[in-house]
Design a protein around this ligand. Structure first.
Ligand SMILES: Nc1ncnc2c1ncn2[C@@H]1O[C@H](COP(=O)(O)OP(=O)(O)OP(=O)(O)O)[C@@H](O)[C@H]1O
Length: 631
């Protein structure tokens, strides 16, 4: 079957199509990557004495990778093998530049020290769990990728040509209209490859691209990867127990054991090398299973195995830095000469980052598209606001001008604040925790800046933050019989909007910092205590002196104060009294009893704006922290 797939000329034709689609675009301003011909530059990625350690919670340092060396060359497909916990994923993270903290050693591209920023632009890392937005179709997902990664391609037809070529190459044409969350495991994997293929990167890393797939789908994926490698790319992937058929597709193998490198060299020399070192592979045994079994014995004799295999190595079986230097000197002269050629250097591939404006528009459009398909985020949120508003209107029907029901009116206002806050905070926790992984991947792959993502997050939800509180306030205000005064209505509406925005940011900050589970627990857990200091449960002047500063900190205090001032301050005439005596007939008396007298609506408004500014800063810091932590 392998042979069949390999000899299939139509597949080669698809590879050509992809290259054609990208290379023959009739526009001189097309990105450098589009004009890059992989055959022209032989990349040689060397890594020497790579060590990686991580600090534990108890401040102990764990050594994860120890003195790993090796090299990858253009046109070769390399597998990283090893038993569970051998350090394969860690090595992949380090080599791809996704992990930098605690990493030492030398990384060289064609003999020159790797510059991380540049390296990220010319490489792609497809992790095992490749985060994607579930509510976009395959075609839309690829379109976003093209829009962000190929900013110089403006014509829709050209974009479609590239998308079609990639879909055809990866056999995804029939799924182009399928939502990502409806894709099968294999299709999802292929889509993740497709997304990164858009820029035609010359170096691609895959962490377990076959995990969760059956043998046929696994073979298919590795065959695609081989085809990509044959197009002149460096393709490296971690694989778990590949079948013999799959093993044959690899050019090189890197075997890891206990964070050390056991073997690095040609796939077809591997068993020979192990046999010469005294490890006999039984007949008809899967070579991958065999080397993993040998590697699993590392706990007892890993050092001995490495030593033995070293003694029998060939020039291509690289296990130590000296070997790499030797190969460097002998084989890279031509490549170096080519790299120094200005014509070729000019064609060196790199991902071009689009302008901030373009990043912003693409990200906002994507968020809006995704949100409109999200039942919880949009439809349910609007419906809930309307239903609750009508319910409140019925329960508190026409009490706004009734002096005997002032306290009930305050409860109604408090309920509005509560509902608007949580009605916006909870969906935002869900939304932000859902796409934070997508952000980290795309940002680290140099698709867009943190600033663009942050601004898009703020802008995309604005329409809902406008619509939901507006609907709620309009219904509640008029059903509950608040004063028929447009100014007072606008004042109340403004505060409800700010409350919704604060709720949204609180949700974003907690969701992106702590994730969904912790966010759902922490938002109510941390905000409900703040409500105690809102002036609703206990009047501010009755709060113990020691805790009084907390009232200045509570944003619920400012929302309550502002709303009650909008309704009862600013020379509001006496309220109607249906009973013989109404204590709060005079609205100013009520405000003064609650410690809210004075026409200071604007102060409360400014305090809420300040809160929004602080939450914005926290959100930006949270995103930066998440990116840093991912590295
Ligand atoms: N940040 C970390 N802190 C502490 N230990 C870590 C950290 N990352 C990885 N390790 C440890 O390093 C070892 C290698 O982990 P890694 O995930 O690279 O292994 P792997 O070969 O990919 O395993 P698997 O095949 O099971 O995914 C494991 O023992 C793991 O527990």
């Amino acid at each position: 079957m392998v042979e069949n797939i390999e000899s299939n000329s139509s597949n080669n034709h698809k590879t050509d199509l992809l290259n054609d689609a990208i290379i023959t675009i009739p526009n001189q301003t097309i990105p450098k990557v589009s004009t890059f011909n992989f055959q022209e530059i032989n990349l040689n990625y060397h890594f020497v004495n790579i060590n990686y350690s991580s600090k534990q919670n108890n401040s102990q340092t764990v050594e994860i990778l120890k003195d790993v060396c090796g090299q990858f060359k253009s046109g070769q497909l390399t597998a990283i093998l090893g038993p569970s916990g051998a350090g394969k994923t860690s090595l992949m993270n380090v080599l791809s530049g996704f992990k930098t903290n605690g990493v030492t050693g030398h990384f060289q591209i064609n003999g020159q020290e790797r510059h991380l920023g540049e390296f990220r632009k010319m490489s792609s890392y497809i992790p095992q769990k490749f985060a994607m937005l579930d509510l976009l179709t395959v075609q839309e997902t690829l379109k976003v990728s093209v829009d962000l990664k190929l900013p110089n391609i403006k014509k829709i037809l050209e974009k479609e040509k590239i998308i079609n070529a990639i879909l055809e190459l990866l056999n995804l044409e029939n799924s182009r209209k399928t939502l990502v969350h409806n894709l099968s495991g294999g299709e999802r994997k292929r889509l993740s490859i497709a997304i990164e293929l858009v820029t035609n990167p010359p170096i691609m890393f895959f962490d377990e691209p076959t995990s969760g797939l059956d043998s046929v789908a696994s073979l298919q994926i590795i065959t695609y990867l081989r085809r990509l490698a044959q197009g002149g790319r460096i393709i490296v992937c971690v694989v778990h127990q590949p079948s013999s058929k799959i093993m044959q597709l690899f050019d090189n193998v890197l075997v890891m054991a206990g964070g050390e490198m056991l073997y690095s060299g040609f796939q077809n020399e591997m068993i020979d090398r192990f046999e010469k070192s005294g490890f006999q592979c039984p007949q008809y045994y899967n070579p991958a299973d065999f080397v993993i079994e040998v590697a699993s014995e590392r706990a007892h004799n890993c050092k001995n195995i490495i030593k033995l295999i070293e003694q029998n190595k060939s020039i291509h079986s690289l296990t130590r830095s000296e070997d790499i230097d030797q190969v460097n000197e002998t084989t890279d002269l031509l490549t170096k000469a080519k790299l120094n050629d200005p014509v070729i250097t000019k064609q060196f591939p790199e991902k071009i980052q689009s302008s901030l404006w373009r990043q912003l528009t693409v990200l906002v459009n994507r968020s809006v598209l995704s949100m409109t398909r999200n039942l919880i985020a949009v439809q349910l949120r609007i419906i809930m606001h309307v239903v609750v508003a009508i319910l409140l209107g019925i329960v508190f029907w026409q009490i706004g001008d009734d002096a005997s029901k002032v306290l009930s009116n305050v409860s109604c206002i408090f309920f509005v604040v509560l509902f608007v806050f949580f009605g916006n905070a909870m969906p935002s926790i869900f939304l932000s925790s859902e796409d934070i992984e997508v952000f980290i991947r795309e940002h680290l792959n140099a698709w867009y800046s943190k600033k663009a993502y942050y601004m898009a997050k703020v802008i995309a939800d604005l329409p809902l933050q406008f619509i939901c509180p507006t609907l709620l306030m309009a219904i509640v205000y008029f059903m509950t019989g608040q004063p028929c005064d447009i100014e007072r209505f606008v004042m109340c509406w403004g505060i409800t909007l700010l409350t919704a925005i604060i709720g949204h940011f609180v949700g974003l900050v907690f969701g992106s910092t702590f994730g969904l589970q912790m966010g759902i627990f922490l938002v109510p857990g941390m905000t409900i205590p703040i409500m105690i200091f809102s002036g609703f449960f206990i009047r501010i002047h009755e709060v113990p002196d020691l805790l009084r500063p907390l009232c200045d900190f509570s944003f619920f205090r400012y929302t309550m104060e502002a709303l009650l001032r909008a309704l009862y301050a600013y020379k509001r005439p006496f309220l109607k009294c249906a009973d013989k005596f109404c204590y709060y007939k005079n609205p100013s008396k009520f405000l003064s009893d609650y410690g809210m007298s004075g026409d200071f609506y604007s102060n409360d408004f400014c305090a809420l704006l300040l809160w929004i500014a602080v939450l914005n800063i926290l959100l930006f810091l949270s995103l930066s922290w998440r990116v840093k932590r991912a590295q």
